[in-house]
Write a protein that binds this ligand. Sequence first.
Ligand SMILES: NC(=O)c1ccc[n+]([C@@H]2O[C@H](COP(=O)([O-])OP(=O)(O)OC[C@H]3O[C@@H](n4cnc5c(N)ncnc54)[C@H](O)[C@@H]3O)[C@@H](O)[C@H]2O)c1
Ligand SMILES: N[C@@H](CCO)C(=O)O
Ligand code: NA
Length: 444
Amino acid sequence: MAKRLQTEQPRRAARIGICGLGTVGSGTVNVMLRNSAEIAARCGRPVDIVQIGARRDNPACDTSGLNVTREIFDVANNPDVDILVELIGGTTVARELVLAAIDSGKHVVTANKALIAEHGNELFAAAAEKGVTIAYEAAVAGGIPIIKSLREGLAGNRIQWLAGIINGTGNYILTEMRDKGRSFEEALAQAQALGYAEADPTFDVEGIDAAHKLVIMASLAFAIPLAFDKVYTEGISRISIEDIRYADELGYCIKHIGLARRTEAGVELRVHPTLIPQRRLIANVDGVMNAVLVNGDAVGPTLYYGAGAGAEATASAVIADIVDVARTLEADPCQRVPAAGVAEGNQDGPRVLPMEEVLTSYYLRISAQDKPGVMSQVAKICSDQGISIEALIQHEPAEGETLVPVVILTSRAKEASLREAVAQIDALDTVEGEVVRIRVEPLG
Ligand SMILES: NC(=O)c1ccc[n+]([C@@H]2O[C@H](COP(=O)([O-])OP(=O)(O)OC[C@H]3O[C@@H](n4cnc5c(N)ncnc54)[C@H](O)[C@@H]3O)[C@@H](O)[C@H]2O)c1
Ligand SMILES: N[C@@H](CCO)C(=O)O
Ligand code: NA
């Protein structure tokens, strides 16, 4: 007869301290209060908010009956807090706060990708030393459980590449420009009003936020230390409606993509606007939605899709981490999933490739004078650099204009050769202004 397990004693509550009551902080408090029964059932114990550190109240969230302090370090030093949830953002005070929490033996949950990407190596080491956990699901792709997928669901694979639309604000802006003809500025203001943008929105539009997220995913996928300074980063601020339309004519969408790929020479880490074929599922991920494609040697391509920003979507990931930590509050540290995805001493993956060595294809838009010979000059420059022209479209000059827009898709070549070709085309007397260049990726 099967042996019956002894009924466990009810476990004491997991005690949560939340620092920061902005978009994500208020969403987290609201969802925790609303779903407290489900959360307790999943943890096998109550999960109580015992303190909140907030500079000011937030009308989006009712904290009556909760213990609110204006001093966030009170939470880090509160002996009744088991898990500190850092939702203040930034990398200076947040780093000190997280180190203080670790030092006083608390587990940490954070949504802060800048903090993890730039200081994660230090923070993970400090946490390991103290036998506590740092969980950061909300830091990448908002509500999508991508950290869990990479670290646990795909743990049997050798990851070959991953590519994602990982900034909700940027994707929202590109979608609004394409579908509603809105200006860049108008769409950004709307993304800010909806709570999607970073405190400094240049992080979103210049690709820094996506680079933070890419480096975190790449670290888990390839067992390499977090190397934010090695990511090639370009934002979306120079994308025009004209390029969106030409890309469409060629069967492509322009998306802001973070790409990490294992090659024989090393790992590519790059964030930039990218033409991707319209037939790919990821090409149809619009608005604030994010998606990450992960290609493992055993599983093949997998795709993760969901809201990349917003109060409750992000709270969903923050609370998933709280549940994970609360379930294993008293566990031996070596029984927990390691923060870096591999056991200590195993981050020995490949080197990061310098961008010049990366192989890519380009979309080029040239404003050429309407004279014979321009195209043969451009073709010669490309062929001298070992680049072939795969497609070309040329439009009539607009009414009253003398310049002809010429759009070219190139073959794959070393980034260094493509840059040289673009510099030579830029220098032609028959070409006006700078050549617009956007990379192309098949993602298949
Ligand atoms: N907004 C999103 O959709 C989203 C999604 C995923 C991750 N994140 C990340 O979550 C974190 C929080 O983002 P947010 O959008 O909620 O920002 P927010 O600006 O809305 O909220 C941050 C809050 O922290 C408070 N704060 C900052 N420094 C403080 C201090 N020293 N003492 C007390 N309070 C302090 C601010 O007053 C503000 O209320 C950031 O790291 C962000 O990158 C945000
Ligand atoms: N500002 C970020 C928030 C989510 O990380 C974005 O727009 O994606
Ligand atoms: Na996530």
